[in-house]
Write a protein that binds this ligand. Structure first.
Ligand code: NAP
Length: 352
């Protein structure tokens, strides 16, 4: 049981990010002082949305220059904090060297932030943003699960440096976090494992999260002939922020938490947009056949290998979200609301 004092500042790594933006907003609106650790505190464009939120909220925001790969660079930001949210980690499919661009910042960054927590006597709890990607790589992994569902007991054993390295980066980073946590007893570790995050971005023009690029492709014509019926879980970004908040401030919170509102697939997600936007935007309406994807997929996107298509297209995804609902009192927004709110932001901002 760990009780966090809301009058003490909290640190958020990667505060410029898509997910972290909503978490910072919730913290500021609760009147909490946020130590926002960012790579470049001089980049006003990336911080504008946070400054606008802070101007209207009771909480205060202070920026600190920190990089996951620079040892000691979180010391100042963590000073006086009882609670640390470690969200920073690259989420992109646009990389050349997965070791340098995904795995090192994820794993060494986690080591850096958590080592700093052990050197900062005020820290009592670390909330880590992991992912369902630390539980599974392909929807077909479901066939190996004990009850035909993904749970917190399951670890990803099929991702590697050469196959789905982002999933590998999240797996090794979370494993590193648990290993470091076990070696000390100053702070406890609570992990949030979101599935695929959708929902309105607070910073749609500067955001590079993979979530935004998938959303954009649903409306810009990239998938006008159809979308793969690729099984995965989906969760609203505002719910993910709330999950972090609950993980931070619920004294009994412990362990991993599957944070996924809906068992779905890319086509069904897209179809929620049809009633409101289908006559104006080229939203995919039908499933792309698997045989066709096997031929064109690898040419369209190097990550869309035949193995990936075989293991994910027309495969259901089932995640068990009962732990977070029962232990943290979590509720999830309907998928329709999430998708419409996300899409509307892209329209309003002239992105599609
Ligand atoms: N979006 C999803 O579907 C999803 C699902 C499950 C888990 N997650 C996890 O949620 C977290 C946030 O992801 P997101 O979707 O919000 O992506 P995002 O918007 O790209 O945020 C990533 C954040 O990490 C920071 N970062 C990257 N490399 C860094 C480095 N070397 N040093 C310091 N900061 C660095 C980025 O800072 P800059 O602004 O300086 O680049 C950015 O603030 C990640 O841990 C991700 O794995 C995301």
């Amino acid at each position: 049981m760990t009780t966090i004092d809301k009058s003490k500042p909290v640190m958020v790594t990667g505060a410029t990010g898509y997910v972290a933006g909503w978490l910072v907003k919730q913290l500021l609106e609760e009147g909490i002082t946020v130590h926002a650790a960012v790579r470049n505190p001089d980049n006003q464009t990336k911080l504008q949305h946070l400054n606008e939120i802070a101007a209207k909220a009771p909480g205060q925001i202070h920026y600190f220059k920190s990089d996951l790969l620079q040892e000691g660079s979180y010391a100042k930001a963590m000073e006086g904090c009882e609670l640390v949210f470690h969200t920073a980690s690259p989420f992109t499919s646009n990389y050349k060297d997965p070791q340098k661009e995904l795995i090192d910042p994820a794993k060494l960054g986690t080591r850096n932030v958590l080592a700093q927590a052990s050197q900062t006597p005020s820290v009592k709890r670390v909330v880590l943003t992991s992912s369902c990607a630390a539980i599974y790589t392909d929807a077909s992994d479901l066939q190996q699960t004990p009850n035909g569902e993904f749970t917190e007991e399951i670890w990803n054993t099929s991702a590697s440096l050469t196959y789905q390295p982002y999933s590998y980066s999240k797996t090794v980073a979370e494993q590193e976090a648990w290993a470091i946590n076990k070696k000390q007893n100053q702070w406890d570790l609570v992990v949030i494992n979101p599935s695929f995050v959708m929902g309105p971005a607070l910073n749609p023009k500067t955001n590079t999260s993979e979530s935004m690029s998938v959303l954009k492709q649903l409306g810009d014509g990239t998938m006008k002939v159809g979308a793969p019926k690729m099984g995965f879980g989906m969760v609203d970004v505002r719910d993910v922020a709330n999950a972090h908040f609950l993980a931070g401030y619920t004294p009994k919170a412990n362990g991993r938490h599957i944070t996924s509102g809906h068992n779905t697939n890319l086509l069904d997600m897209a179809k929620t947009l049809i009633p409101k936007y289908g006559s104006t935007y080229p939203i995919p309406k039908r499933a792309l056949p698997k045989w066709l994807l096997m031929i064109v997929g690898p040419m369209a996107n190097p990550l869309f290998t035949r193995k990936f298509i075989k293991n994910n297209v027309n495969m259901p995804w089932v995640g068990n979200n009962s732990k977070i609902k029962n232990e943290l009192g979590m509720t999830f927004r309907p998928m329709q609301e999430t998708m419409e709110d996300s899409f509307q932001v892209l329209i309003d901002e002239g992105i599609i």
